[in-house]
Design a protein around this ligand. Structure first.
Ligand SMILES: [Zn+2]
Ligand SMILES: [Zn+2]
Length: 289
């Protein structure tokens, strides 16, 4: 496939958009109740080498089923990049069907605080130890490898056309933003991020001119003051970040488990008045960049 300048470069699909905890109540079905999981596919000549996933919240369960069915094309490797390890970002992994397939190679990556590979493996081993889950990580069946910052660039060296950068931002325990660029199109994922009283200028710089910015937006302006230190942003902050960074399109995500569909639809209308090219993330939503 040859792509021209105007063709989309990235295919992004949302499998989990809820923050903090999954919700399955009737009023939460239109936006979805699964926790963070974002699928990213590169639509260029280099595709079909790699499935890219950001975070393994409960949404990854459905993504796994689509990979097994072939709805998402099966590739040589599955690359899972973690923003951080809070429950809502890791708890889907034990239900990710490809992880039980012996011919599947999964690479789990985190640049989190320059942790060592064994520390990274330990995080996933502990949450699947037998007190918590019947199948241990080592018994899942697929080849699961762990990559820290240093090892990662050599692992991805075959994927030269992608520029992949990251930085730690403010969140309890820290979390990581990711920026992917290829063929002049860039997307940024910035979730579980608390700016503080003012927008974090380094976050704004990281999001500069993004074609697609996926930004934490858990709280309203009214909710934010009583949630200082909880590690999240408001709708207004996400929009201000997109405006200051010159982002072309904004997706608001990590919806609060107390915000039902009617609430989110109302907020989406309000947000569009200020930043027309923004949308609330919905499970199953696909965006071509
Ligand atoms: Zn979270
Ligand atoms: Zn978190």
């Amino acid at each position: 496939m040859t792509i021209s300048q105007n063709d989309p470069v990235w295919h992004v699909k949302f499998y989990g958009v809820r923050g903090s905890t999954p919700v399955c109540d009737p009023g939460f079905q239109r936006f979805g109740g699964n926790t963070t999981c974002i699928y990213v596919d590169l639509l260029t000549n280099d595709r079909s080498k790699l499935i890219g996933i950001i975070d393994a919240g409960t949404g990854i369960r459905k993504l796994g089923k689509e990979i097994m069915k072939g709805t998402i094309p099966k590739t040589d490797h599955i690359m899972l990049a973690m923003t951080h390890f809070h429950w809502d970002h890791i708890q889907g992994l034990p239900f990710f069907d490809p992880a039980y397939e012996p011919d599947t190679k999964i690479a789990i990556f985190s640049p989190h605080h320059q942790m060592q590979k064994d520390e990274l493996r330990g995080i996933f081993e502990r949450h699947m130890q037998e007190d918590y889950f019947p199948v241990q990580l080592s018994a899942m069946g697929s080849e699961i490898r762990f990559f820290t910052e240093e090892e990662y660039s050599s692992y991805l060296s075959f994927e030269r056309s992608i520029e992949f950068t990251h930085r730690m931002h403010n969140h309890p325990g820290g979390a990581c933003s990711y920026r992917l660029s290829a063929n002049g199109k860039s997307l940024v994922v910035c979730t579980d991020l608390e700016h503080g009283e003012e927008l974090d200028p380094e976050v704004v710089a990281f999001c500069k001119d993004a074609d697609l910015l996926i930004h934490d937006a858990q709280y309203t302006d009214e909710e934010l003051p009583s949630h200082r230190g909880w590690g999240h942003s408001s709708y207004s902050q996400a929009i201000a970040c997109a405006e200051q960074a010159g982002a072309k399109q904004l997706v608001l995500t990590h919806h609060d488990p107390n915000h039902d569909d009617d609430f989110l639809e109302h907020m989406e209308t309000q947000c569009k008045l200020r930043f027309p090219r923004c949308v609330m993330a919905r499970e199953g939503m696909e965006i071509m960049v």
